[in-house]
Ligand binder design. Structure first.
Ligand code: DGT
Ligand code: CA
Ligand code: CA
Ligand code: ZN
Length: 578
């Protein structure tokens, strides 16, 4: 059975590899895959049972893409994709993440200097070989070297951004759950802790018949290479070069195994110390008496924590940065949870050049989540190609007022995503800015300025009474674009002093502010807002990711403005403006 997720996965890979093949993300064939992916994402029909004709009838799906989808469903693979994978192995494709290395440049490097992976590239940089190639110079060499360093890319242990790992892990979990031999399935490791990048994916299964589960796992469509195939433990590498480890354990040991394989290693070591203090042992099978091996607890994580005298510690906190002490002392902070969220305050419609759904559909999607309030924040006019003029904004305000009549339970705010200029000024003028009910101001340009310039820039924006929140604080794309450099203490101090909200953006490629920045914000008494930055009705689920990232920063419910009732939230926004 080919699932919709697998089809989208294959099209995504085709899109990526065709970008290399065609030399540009704007190429016709690349955009054709883009459109097809969007079409598939927005249909609720069972794609895997469709004929060619039915597929072509879907919005955005052309004839040639439809044929490839059928090929995947019928044969389990796509010849074109297999060919591209040969031509562009994962370690070469990974180089596309480095800013300054477009497809054309990469192919030139491969032709001229035989650069096939990160090590080759580093060697060529060290030998100053890039500067002699057309279009490159000493400056490009420096830029590329800095990017490699700031992204923390090293040799073969390149980490995978969560945006690439999470959908893959979820697809594998869903597939394994279908097997009759399988009881529980979870992804664990750094992914369950919701780290921004992942070394490998660890999957845990409970079963009394591990052999068929192992056989199924190593033969899955995503698998490119089997590294190990044992009785209860297997490892594979996927077509995209991501390692996946599978462990099968007995149902009675599931909690102990889940705890162990979720880590972090240092959290586990800390727990093991607590066990030793009680003359117990703790390993992947059980918490047990050291003398007799008699099991104290093993079935669930909660049982094990309880036996150690601790409340359940959420996976997002398990980094041994003080959570075990807090759990055993004053108690854990009351972390924000998805169910606490009452609204979304960074939200686009197709009035933004990159928005992909009309106002009515976006509002309906928010209403379906039961929100009490919603701020529509299309891009301000300074964002070239993407922004809205004053006239367009005023027209939208009228439409929103009209639409409000149909949504008595959800307050619609007319907002704007303002662009922070070099000097901290933002779009329009103050009077027009204050005409919005709420605004989020974000950095969308000039990512390479010095730290003191960037810090001043953001602080200036926060001094503006019309700026309610700062969007995606660092502007990073995880593993792809380093964020702007900021003096976080100064920024957070100013945020607290001016009553400016700091956004925690739930887009998986961003997860911005970072947990490190968030914890500094908490020290200064900052109030946060968790947003999805949705550009389509299928992106509202990002709220969960924003919440998990907030938890990694130990954010409590009371610190998040969009968990508050409407009146309290509005009062906070009004206070800064007065
Ligand atoms: P990663 O894959 O580098 O992003 O990080 P993790 O945390 O997923 O680490 P991984 O895949 O090496 O191992 C998964 C979990 O297994 C890890 O979080 C904790 C547990 N684990 C692995 N090796 C050890 C160990 O030597 N001691 C202990 N206590 N736990 C371990
Ligand atoms: Ca791992
Ligand atoms: Ca692992
Ligand atoms: Zn936005």
């Amino acid at each position: 059975m080919t699932t919709k997720a697998q089809i989208i996965d294959a099209l995504n890979e085709l899109r990526l590899l065709m970008t290399l093949e065609e030399g540009s993300p704007q190429a016709f064939r690349v955009r054709a895959y883009d459109n097809a992916i969007q079409g598939l994402e927005s249909t609720t029909a069972d794609v895997s049972a469709m004929t060619d004709t039915e597929l072509v009838a879907l919005k955005g799906v052309g004839k040639s893409t439809a044929a490839k989808i059928r090929e995947l469903i019928d044969t389990g693979s796509i010849k074109k994709l297999d060919g591209l994978r040969e031509k562009y192995p994962p370690e070469f494709v990974n180089l596309t993440r480095i800013p300054g290395l477009g497809p054309k440049t990469l192919l030139m490097l491969r032709d001229a200097l035989s650069i096939n992976n990160l090590d080759d590239l580093k060697e060529a940089l060290a030998a100053e070989k890039l500067r002699d190639l057309p279009g490159l110079g000493q400056k490009s060499e420096e830029k590329i070297a800095t990017a490699i360093e700031r992204l923390g890319l090293h040799g073969k242990d390149t980490r995978t951004p969560i945006v690439d790992a999470l959908p893959l892990a979820r697809a594998i979990v869903t597939e394994l759950l279908e097997l009759p031999e399988v009881g529980k399935v979870d992804y664990c490791g750094s992914l369950r802790r919701f780290r921004e990048d992942i070394g490998d994916i660890d999957i845990l299964v409970s079963s009394t018949k591990p052999a068929p589960v192992m056989d199924y796992f190593v033969a899955m469509a995503q698998v490119a290479e089997v590294i190990g195939h044992g009785d209860t433990k297997s490892s594979v590498v996927t077509q995209r070069g991501i390692q996946v480890d599978l462990r099968v354990v007995k149902p009675g040991e599931y909690g102990a195994a889940l705890l162990y394989f979720t880590g972090s290693k240092t959290h586990n070591i800390h727990l093991r110390q607590l066990a030793l203090d009680r003359e117990w042992t703790l390993n992947e099978y059980a918490l047990a008496e050291a003398e007799t091996d008699e099991v104290v607890a093993a079935k669930t994580e909660k049982d094990i924590y309880a036996a150690l005298g601790l409340p359940f510690i959420p996976p997002t906190m398990r980094e041994d940065t003080g959570e075990v002490e807090r759990a055993g002392g004053d108690g854990l902070p009351k972390l924000v949870e998805l169910k606490d969220i009452k609204g979304d305050l960074h939200y686009h419609t197709d009035l933004s050049g990159d928005g992909r759904a009309p106002l009515e559909a976006m509002v309906e999607a928010a209403s379906a989540r039961g929100y009490s309030y919603l701020a529509i924040t299309d891009h301000g006019e300074d964002l070239t190609i993407n922004g809205a003029t004053r006239r367009q904004m005023l027209a939208q305000r009228k439409k929103i007022a009209k639409l409000q009549e149909s949504y008595p339970k959800m307050l619609l705010l007319h907002g704007c995503e303002l662009n922070i200029g070099r000097d901290g000024s933002v779009d329009y003028d103050l009077e027009f800015q204050l005409g919005f009910d709420y605004t989020v101001a974000s950095v969308h340009s000039l990512f390479d300025l010095d730290q003191n310039v960037q810090t001043e820039r953001v602080i200036q924006a926060m001094a503006n009474p019309a700026v309610s929140a700062i969007g995606h604080l660092s502007g990073r794309y995880i593993g792809r674009r380093p964020g702007i450099q900021l003096d976080l203490n100064a920024v957070m101090e100013a945020a607290a002093a001016t009553g400016t909200l700091i956004e925690i953006n739930g887009a998986l490629q961003r997860l911005d502010a970072t947990p490190e920045a968030i914890r500094i914000g908490i020290e200064h008494g900052v109030t946060f807002v968790i947003d999805t930055d949705s550009h389509h009705t299928n992106e509202l689920g990002r709220m969960e990711y924003g919440v998990l990232n907030a938890q990694r920063g130990w954010v409590e419910r009371s610190m998040v403005a969009n968990t508050w009732p409407t009146a309290r939230f509005l009062k906070f926004v009004a206070k800064k403006r007065s």
